[in-house]
Design a protein around this ligand. Sequence first.
Ligand code: SAM
Ligand code: SF4
Ligand code: SF4
Length: 381
Amino acid sequence: MGERVIPLIDERQAALPLPSPSGLELPPGHLRDARGRPLRDLRISVTDRCNFRCSYCMPKDVFGKHYSYLPHSALLSFEEITRVARAAVRHGVRKLRLTGGEPLLRKGIEQLIAQLAALRTPAGQPLDITLTTNGSLLARKAQALKDAGLQRVTVSLDGLDDATFRRMNDVDFPVAAVLAGIDAARAAGLRNIKVNMVVKRGANEDQILPMARHFRGSGVTLRFIEYMDVGTTNGWRMDEVLPSADVVRLLQDAFALVPLAASAPGETAMRWGYAGPDGRHDPALGEIGTISSVTQAFCGDCNRARLSMEGRLYLCLFASQGHDLRALLRSGADDETIEATLAAIWAQRNDRYSELRATLPPEAQPAHSSGRRVEMSYIGG
Ligand code: SAM
Ligand code: SF4
Ligand code: SF4
């Protein structure tokens, strides 16, 4: 199959104008967007490269050998990322998630983690720092990441059956190497390890029960993610989404599950605990989660912002444009200006894509519309 020509570069280059920073010198933590939502979670994409070609994210026919990745000079430096993170923390961010592309491909990532781990909230607390990885390099890097200050990790894994997994990552990468990465993360002392499985109907739904059996009682929390219409390259179709409700029904036929309360406001996962013989949640058996970005909108308390590797700030996973913070950083702006600009950007935020999608008739659903949205591999999920 030949490579499809999709103007990704154009989308990457489009940037929203920066609002004027004046008049928004808020006291720390008081920032709210136009819908009253605070800013709590900053997802930082550190590279647009990846060694996998998951068809739902970086399909081979688009991200082939002629695809032009960003040059190193276009990427934010670790100092620039840390400056943005510091400003965001002042305005309420408590959680930082490093992502990509594949974040462990970014050279010296441990150094960035160490810089971010040194940040403190206005009350002097350390931040919750985590990283999402495909796990391919985790066995090699887990200890260095932990030593640098990483506390936890999320590993993406779409099946246990080796043939299915190799097909999903589309680079023939073996499942055993990812499982070894998860073991290494545990051995290194990373806690609260999560495994994310994207469920695509017709591709890997037969892996739901084997994955649940494998991770039940292991201390690792497995989460099932609905296949989303992010970007424009994955050929998303609603009939390939397996709704979380169906996943839960399947699991309930095999295991006794009890619903658990959300762990934090703005938390995207619905949680289910494995019940013991008394019918109550048995913490030793652990829990699973479902993330229903398609069938159950959770925009109402969405407190996440996303920083791309080249310094664009996106206010929604489904946005088509971001604000160019790199230009501001490289213009010599001082910390106060960066903080005030960030506040002005967030204060204008009105995004609620998933809620709106839920109201669209079938013919206006994303697969049929010409909307230009940023790629998942660019802002990292
Ligand atoms: N490469 C890393 C990884 O795979 O964990 C980090 C970046 S990846 C873009 C972040 C997460 O987005 C992964 O868990 C991946 O499975 C998920 N993802 C990518 N495309 C998706 C889609 N179309 N629908 C749902 N989740 C998706
Ligand atoms: Fe790479 Fe992660 Fe996207 Fe898969 S989901 S192609 S591992 S960035
Ligand atoms: Fe947040 Fe946008 Fe997702 Fe809604 S659609 S939950 S606003 S990222």
